[in-house]
Design a protein around this ligand. Structure first.
Ligand code: G3P
Length: 221
């Protein structure tokens, strides 16, 4: 399972990218607005830092506008994936951009039926928003389960990119189901990394070593 970061925060992207944990990035207009600054410069910088796919979202709601923006965004780098909304206009843009070898991430997916249509339109990724379904009193993880089953039935090439992830258990469940990608807010990735027993264990190892060093002051490893 690939791990993407769901952020436009350059310091978080650099930090986790240096650890080798970032297979790609997803952004959206809200994430860009949260960081502020010149969005074009921020997008270009993300595309420069990260080697894997970087999803950049169009702002138009009509197909022609999405095509124009998508083609422009793709010029930022060969790893740019154009993010289009799951609307009739967005699916049409997806089909055309895909035919021009510009990969598309169809976003704002909330049902298996929508996911099937994104796959039929040739999307490289489809992004089901599981946290927002949970917020709405539905079972977001069940959507991932059903999508996996349907996509496998027909060998759809479209990758299931789990989005709107809120906590580490979403990641574990996505991995068990066999999602292709999870895109994580940096704080969720941070929580995956931490375990109190790791911290206690390391503290004890170092304390024991200090005792040993006192007995062997000139030994170095
Ligand atoms: O990638 C989509 C994601 O950013 C949406 O997350 O937390 O706003 O529902 P959220």
């Amino acid at each position: 399972m690939k791990i993407f970061l769901d952020t436009a925060n350059l310091s978080a992207i650099k930090m986790y990218n240096d650890m080798g944990l970032v297979d790609g990035i997803t952004t959206n207009p809200s994430l860009m607005a949260k960081e502020g600054g010149d969005p074009k410069k921020v997008m270009e910088e993300i595309v420069r830092i990260v080697k894997g796919d970087v999803s950049l979202e169009v702002l138009s709601v009509d197909t022609d506008g999405m095509l124009e923006e998508g083609r422009r965004l793709r010029k930022y780098g060969n790893n740019v994936v154009v993010k289009c909304p799951l609307t009739p206009e967005g699916l049409k843009a997806c089909k055309i951009l895909t035919s021009e070898n510009i990969p598309v991430n169809v976003t704002l997916c909330f049902s298996v039926n929508q996911a099937i249509l994104a796959a039929k339109a040739g999307a490289k990724y489809v992004s089901p928003f599981i946290g927002r379904l949970d917020d709405n009193g539905q079972d977001g993880m069940n959507l991932i389960r059903e999508m996996r089953e349907v996509f496998d039935n027909y060998n759809f090439g479209t990758q299931i990119l789990v989005a709107s992830v809120r906590h580490p258990m979403h990641v574990v469940e996505s991995a068990k189901i066999g999602a292709d990608v999870v895109t994580l807010p940096p704080d969720v990735l941070g929580k995956m990394l931490k375990h109190p027993l790791t911290d206690v264990g390391l503290k004890n190892f170092l304390a024991d070593w200090e005792k040993l060093k006192k007995e062997n002051p000139n030994t170095k490893i």
